[in-house]
Design a protein around this ligand. Structure first.
Ligand SMILES: C[S@@+](CC[C@H](N)C(=O)[O-])C[C@H]1O[C@@H](n2cnc3c(N)ncnc32)[C@H](O)[C@@H]1O
Length: 229
């Protein structure tokens, strides 16, 4: 299943399954200096970043490639929501003259096909940037138990892509999410959109994995970056 379909499929559950992304967005917004007025949110989803911005903005532009996620985003006169694929280098061209003074991407760029290229396209705005990107240590024990290689980039790979910027601040944060049953854990994996569900495992293999998985929690690792060009 393509990442786009996966997010559209999970859109209706997203707001009840995005506990970790909520915490990530809150932290990322707390890093933003100087209350920027013209913000671009890459992979804005249903508006977690927008909802955490507690100062007046002139314009908030959110881009996402899932109509269903965009439909759930708050809509006001100063909010522009655009259907765009951030992997497409033309996605940002029209936005370049808009005087964007802050770019933010929370829990989205781990799905970039070529992160270095997306970073280069964003560099053209010449604006401060704030990223929170899930790393390959997400679902670490789960992946090891199932003998799966993570589809996400490692922290080192992400940092190598970011070496085209000046990194003003960086932090790696681990999160865990407890479940009172394996069934709820499995539901979370299916519905949160964190897995980029590639149907790597058959139903039988998933059932076995749930029996052998030794933890009652899932693990997440997120790298936070504040960079400038
Ligand atoms: C985990 S959600 C995060 C949403 C929001 N930023 C938040 O913090 O809750 C990831 C979002 O990135 C979007 N996304 C993933 N790949 C994308 C792409 N190539 N172009 C645009 N949006 C994309 C998904 O549709 C989804 O809304």
């Amino acid at each position: 299943m393509k990442v786009q379909q996966e997010f559209s499929k999970s859109a209706k559950y997203y707001d009840s399954y995005n506990t970790i992304q909520e915490q990530v967005a809150k932290k990322l917004v707390s890093w933003i200096d100087n209350k920027p007025k013209n913000i671009l949110d890459i992979g804005c989803g249903s508006g977690t970043i927008y909802k955490n911005i507690d100062w007046q903005v002139d314009r908030f532009t959110g881009i996402d490639f899932s109509y269903l996620m965009l439909k759930r985003h708050p809509r006001f006169n100063n909010v522009a929501l655009l259907y765009r694929d951030f992997n497409d280098s033309d996605a940002f061209k029209q936005l370049l003259p808009m005087g964007i003074d802050c770019i933010i991407a929370s829990s989205s760029l781990q799905w970039a096909k070529n992160l270095r290229e997306v970073f280069s396209n964003l560099a053209l705005f010449n604006a401060p940037m704030y990223f929170a990107i899930f790393t390959s240590n997400t679902f670490d024990t789960l992946n090891k138990t199932a003998n799966i290689t993570s589809i996400l980039s490692s922290k080192q790979q992400i940092l190598r892509c970011a070496n085209q910027f000046s990194v003003l601040k960086q932090q790696t944060q681990r999160y865990i999410l407890h479940f009172d049953s394996k069934r709820k854990m499995l539901n979370y994996i299916k519905k949160s959109g964190v897995s980029g569900n590639r149907n790597i495992l058959t139903f039988k293999q998933i059932k076995k994995l749930m029996l052998t998985y030794p933890l009652d929690y899932l693990e997440f690792e997120v790298i936070f970056l504040h960079v400038v060009t």
